[in-house]
Design a protein around this ligand. Structure first.
Ligand SMILES: Nc1ncnc2c1ncn2[C@@H]1O[C@H](COP(=O)(O)OP(=O)(O)OP(=O)(O)O)[C@@H](O)[C@H]1O
Ligand SMILES: [Zn+2]
Length: 712
């Protein structure tokens, strides 16, 4: 199904501006999109990449209310962090704007109005909760009440977080408004719906028949939505934050965020074209010309919106093109847990950039090598370190560095002649060219992990070649052979500088600077040149030779070219650096557990007389030491105001320096039945509090009291 397109429009899911960007976002959307865009640019294609922040919707208004600031202040804060960190990370948007912009409000409003005037919506009246004190309708999240399933008193109108059931506001028992606290009343309200059911027949044909080449995860999700049958979907909301519905009598209503956000791709394209008309031309050529290839990069939770809902909106308008592909990724998890903004379970991009200054490419490498392309995947710091040390440093960096150093050592920093070029060298270069060719095939299929593997294969070929040829052994008796070897190695370095650019742009820049070459426009200047994007060829590794298209003399570097001073491309990451990151996550986990801690229900009441039977007293620790061969036990000698007594307590793990307790006071049950533990008689029980994480902490009076006094 390949068509000849003139240009490519890449959109990237708009990150929701209620938090910074994390590695899940990057792996799911922005790194693959950036690889694709950079690759197209290297090939000299006309391409743009559109991004921007998604700034409307209820969660942002709730965050603003909780922090006592305006929604605009919330989105200003995160938009800036997101935009700056993307830039520093080398994500090359042609435009990165936001949905609170004037252009977007106008574009989204006009878009709605055209569909409204064409009769593409249906209008329905329904009953919704209204807060009479605050004089506003309540979004589901703004209503709390008792969960009908588990009795949790603080369930939300859309979900009970205690039992996980999804709810509708009408399910809640004794509903309350989260704004005023008053009981809301049901009131009629009018909304507009996009009748997706009406669009179902053409969607079926367009996706299920004509786009069988879409990734199986994407195709499968579309098929199951279509097979369930589509329903009309509301496009408006009663809320005061968003794009107002441009219809008479619709005061207090805004466009629903899912309707408003994808239009952001169009608004941002318009903004880009208005800013630089010479460079980008008219926005309509990007959105309305069938010779434009539209590609949406998204994560899996956005599939239905980009394959079914947004195309239906575009079709309802009638003047827009539809996406040619929607290469959606599955999800990236972090150390075995789902990444979550609200639980702070993430590696945040802006923090990474601080902690790993100058190491953008390491993260880009790991997120691509381990991308969740076909199934959910896990990011771990151990894997991050291993991939850096064993792959980037040991293979790529090592090869390039040895080739550059030897050039300076033997050839005065100049590219030597390849006089001995023979079939063995030809085979080596053939491997390199075939890998580049395969790499191109994978890129055209949005298989970025496999494509990156091909880049590393080229570095592997170089590394192996250098190891086999061992120029440092040959040089004394056959410098001419070494000249040919180094010539080959330098050419492989130059090819690496070009093919690695989409993946590791900072490394490509460093390497091409050392080699004194330009990477731009060089994609088709060596090896075999066939464009997978626009041809229907079936790939095979031998096609290169079969077609006799390979000219081994067409090289990037030339004899006598000067090579700059070598500089290390990658450096080893030490254990201590990784341990610090792991510790940061453990701290987060602990804080989350503490925040989620719920005290046990109170036990049955006891009578005063029963309480008085317990003889709890205070005593001073005279001696304290670990019981030999018992991990948990500490042996206390206590001055109890009468004689002295010995008590054993299972808190050794929490008091690694027991001698520090000597001289402090503890509380103990004095009339606890004595019992023998490890051959020692324990006369009582020392009192501790058990913290949420199981840690035991001694109960100790804040002021010294007389030994033996009772606790009441
Ligand atoms: N862990 C992840 N792995 C892969 N893609 C992700 C992940 N989290 C989010 N994405 C994708 O990133 C894009 C932007 O996400 P969005 O801002 O809507 O965040 P979200 O899904 O609300 O995430 P979060 O709740 O973590 O903030 C979406 O296309 C989404 O599918
Ligand atoms: Zn519940």
């Amino acid at each position: 199904m390949s068509k000849n397109f003139k240009r490519t429009l890449i959109t990237t899911a708009l990150p929701y501006a209620n938090g910074p960007v994390h590695i899940g976002h990057l792996a799911g959307v922005y790194v693959p999109a950036d690889i694709y865009a950079r690759y197209m640019r290297l090939k000299g294609e006309e391409v743009v990449m559109i991004g921007g922040s998604d700034e409307h919707g209820v969660p942002i208004t709730i965050k603003a209310r909780n922090e006592g600031i305006t929604p605009q202040q919330v989105v200003d804060r995160y938009h800036t962090i997101i935009k700056d960190s993307f830039k520093e990370f080398g994500i090359t948007f042609d435009v990165y704007s936001r949905t609170s912009s004037k252009i977007h409000h106008k574009t989204a409003s006009d878009f709605f109005r055209i569909l409204y005037d064409k009769g593409e919506f249906i209008e329905k009246t329904s009953e919704q909760y209204y807060d009479e004190e605050a004089k506003q309708f309540l979004a589901d999240r703004y209503i709390t009440g008792k969960c009908p399933h588990c009795g949790n008193e603080r369930a939300y109108g859309d979900q009970c977080e205690a039992c996980g059931t999804s709810l509708s506001p009408l399910d809640l028992i004794e509903p309350k408004s989260a704004i005023s606290g008053s009981a809301p009343v049901l009131k009629e309200t009018r909304h507009w719906y996009l009748p997706l059911d009406k669009h179902e027949p053409w969607l079926r044909e367009w996706i299920l028949e004509n786009h069988k080449e879409w990734k199986t995860n994407v195709y499968g999700q579309c098929k199951s939505w279509l097979d369930m049958g589509l329903q009309p979907r509301a496009v408006s909301r009663d809320l005061d934050w968003g794009v107002p519905v441009p219809v008479e009598g619709a005061e207090g209503k805004v466009l629903y965020v899912w309707f408003d956000a994808p239009i952001g791709y169009i608004s941002n394209t318009i903004e880009m074209c208005e800013k630089e008309p010479k460079k980008y031309g008219n926005w309509e050529k990007w959105w309305k010309d069938p010779e434009t290839k539209l590609v949406h990069f998204i994560g899996k939770d956005n599939i239905v919106f980009h394959c079914i809902v947004f195309p239906s909106m575009l079709k309802a308008d009638g003047s827009y093109i539809l996406p040619e592909n929607v290469p959606s990724n599955e999800f990236l998890n972090l150390e075995g847990d789902k990444i979550s903004t609200s639980r702070n379970w993430a590696v945040w991009l802006h923090e990474y950039l601080q902690d790993f200054s100058g190491k953008q490419d390491v993260l880009r490498y790991v997120l691509t090598a381990n991308a969740p392309e076909t199934k959910d995947n896990d990011f771990t710091w151990k894997d991050f370190q291993a991939r850096n040390n064993n792959e980037l440093v040991a293979i790529f960096g090592n090869f390039v560095n040895r080739a550059l150093v030897l050039t300076h050592k033997y050839f005065d920093g100049k590219v030597p002649d390849r006089n001995r070029f023979s079939s063995y060298h030809k085979d080596t270069m053939y491997e390199v060219y075939a890998s580049k060719y395969e790499l191109e095939k994978f890129l055209s299929e949005y298989r970025f992990r496999d494509a990156l593997r091909c880049v590393m294969d080229i570095a592997r070929v170089g590394n192996k070649y250098l190891q086999n040829q061992a120029p440092w052994k040959i040089y004394p008796h056959d410098p001419e052979q070494v000249a040919t070897d180094i010539n080959i190695c330098l050419e492989i370095c130059a090819i690496l500088a070009i093919v690695v650019e989409p993946f590791l742009p900072f490394t490509a820049k460093k390497l091409s600077n050392i080699l004194n070459i330009e990477t731009k426009g060089k994609w088709y200047t060596f090896g075999i040149n066939k464009d997978f994007e626009s041809s229907n060829i079936t790939w095979s590794r031998n096609i290169v030779e079969d077609e006799k298209q390979l000219d081994y003399n067409k090289t990037i570097l030339h004899v006598g070219d000067s090579i700059g001073i070598p500089e290390l491309l990658f450096e080893k990451i030490e254990d201590s650096v990784i341990e610090a990151q792991v510790q940061k996550l453990l701290d987060t986990k602990k804080a989350n557990e503490a925040a989620a801690y719920k005290a046990n229900p109170v036990k049955e009441n006891v009578a005063f007389e029963d309480f008085m039977k317990m003889d709890i007293r205070v005593g001073t620790v005279l001696d304290c030491q670990k019981v030999p061969k018992a991990d948990k036990l500490l042996q206390f000698r206590i001055a109890d105001g009468l004689e002295e007594r010995t008590i054993l307590s299972g808190i050794a793990k929490y008091y690694p320096n027991p001698e520090e307790l000597i001289g402090t006071q503890v509380c103990f049950i004095a009339n606890f039945e004595p019992r023998k533990l490890r051959g020692i008689m324990s006369e009582g029980m020392i009192l501790s509090a058990e913290d949420a994480d199981g840690k035991l902490v001694l109960i100790q009076p804040r002021m010294t009291v007389t030994n033996g006094v009772e606790v009441k």
